[in-house]
Design a protein around this ligand. Sequence first.
Ligand SMILES: [Fe+2]
Length: 333
Amino acid sequence: MKRRQLLVTLGSALIGLPILGFLIKAIAQSKTPASYDPAAAQSPPNIPKSSKDSQDPKNLADANTEITLETTEEPLLRFAAIADNGFGSPDQMAVAKSMWETYQQKPYAFVLMAGDNIYSYGEIKLAKAYFEEPYAPLLKENVKFYAVLGNHDIIKSNNGLDQINYPLFNMSDRYYSFTKGDVNEGTVEFFAIDTNRNAPWEAQLAWLDQQLGKSTAPWKIVYGHHPLYSSGRHGSDPELASMLEPIFSKHKVTLYLCGHDHGYERFKPINGTTYIVNGGGGAPLYKFTGSPQTAFVSSQFSFMTFDVYQDKIITKAIATDGKVFDRAIVTKI
Ligand SMILES: [Fe+2]
């Protein structure tokens, strides 16, 4: 980072001290793409206290969860989400198969793809094998995938530009927003963000604050690769949380979806926002310890669907056998 850019950052009243610390760490960790080390890109863990009870399904329900709920009412909008999927493994294929079987029973309109789209270095030449082939049946049905950049996606891809320019990832930029659903009813506005340390943070945070402020959508969902909260290997990221959480809270963001930790963890709402780690898309799984804020945790290969209604969003985590292993109701803040 150039000195002038840092000085501009120092002067930013919007971002303040949290991003300054984040950027100083980014400068200290910055390397040329050629010498980039994926391990170093994975933020140091800040693992919450272990909660063995949270692994027990009997103890996983919270006030925001309705385990037995099933409704025949059709949602206004249904979409799916994956992350950490582009591994080219049998496990990725198993999740992809489950996604296709679920789609055949309950079609979803599109898929959010929350990063690490192509392991290990984001090379776009692998997109055919790691993306187009696993999800071919869905792509054939014109199901669009909306990607963000994970830490693996920026290593040998012109810092992610190759993926941004790849049409099937539907990325208009490093960060972007789009609206889905009926304007008058279940409209959801999605905000896709770049959570990598070398992201253009100052501009991105200003954009996010402004766009969320302008949004009239009843539901606002943000997704990026890195968790703010996680009890997996990488753990929570207090610096990321200090930058994003005030913006989420100010604009009543309903959900933040991410990956990076390979497994599934849903948190009880924090300042009104529900945080979900959904990183079981195909890369090798990590151990999760659970934490006092965890509503449900299970490290398994999986994906998610979301049924959007006027007054609620029903979230489902679905395993490779097609079974729903976590279901929750998210309501408006
Ligand atoms: Fe990652």
